[in-house]
Design a protein around this ligand. Sequence first.
Ligand code: SAH
Length: 242
Amino acid sequence: MNKLYVVGMGPGAYEEMTIRAVKTLEKCQVIVGYTLYVELIREHFPDKEFFTTPMRQEVERCRLALETAQGGRTSAMICSGDAGVYGMSGVLLELGREYPQVEIEVVPGVTAAVSGAACLGAPLMHDFAVISLSDLMTPWELIERRLRSAAEADFVICLYNPSSRKRADYLKRASDVLLQIRKSVNLCGIVKNIGRENAGSRICTLEELRETQTDMFTTVFIGNSSTKEMNGRLVTPRGYVW
Ligand code: SAH
């Protein structure tokens, strides 16, 4: 059976890959991925053959990986964070039905919600909802409905894809939906470039979040009604009684 691994490489730094992810890539001959992610890890795997495809060419990238595996070379498709969280493992498994000789194994990675939470402190100690603001595949009305439901249920909310050049005002629009339900002083966190150059995080209120311009390398956290700032860290109390 020819093997194709779909590997979550964590937020960016080599140190944040799991040992299983590193060992998996070490036993592969070919590593396929989006150019930016390949560049983040290339130096650590000097004897591998790398195939890169630009952003948006997800299906082509998956077919390339499936075809190299089918051709007999042990291959890996890498994704940032976890491959199963807004990543490629779903589409790879769907397309994989056309390549019955290829066995696909999913190797988990540290997703941005988790690595970003660690930068801020401990915002995800209680129930949380993860919502992507990208409306490429999800209609904006559905995104708003999910935002509203999570806000009403007092979930901590973690936003992926908070904005991009084309969607410059999406975080503002999402904040407006949340502000209909949550208080303007609701604490939030913004984390940029986790595990990469120019990493940074900051804590603000929901009102301030509304005025913040983010980019596609940012993950946003909206605390629940008990989330607090403690010594500069964002903490959602677990509910232990002191
Ligand atoms: N599979 C990835 C998510 C891909 S969607 C994962 O599990 O993390 C892309 C979104 O993820 C970005 O817009 C951003 O919101 C978040 N993200 C991914 N890597 C990040 C990083 N290094 N720093 C900050 N946010 C990141």
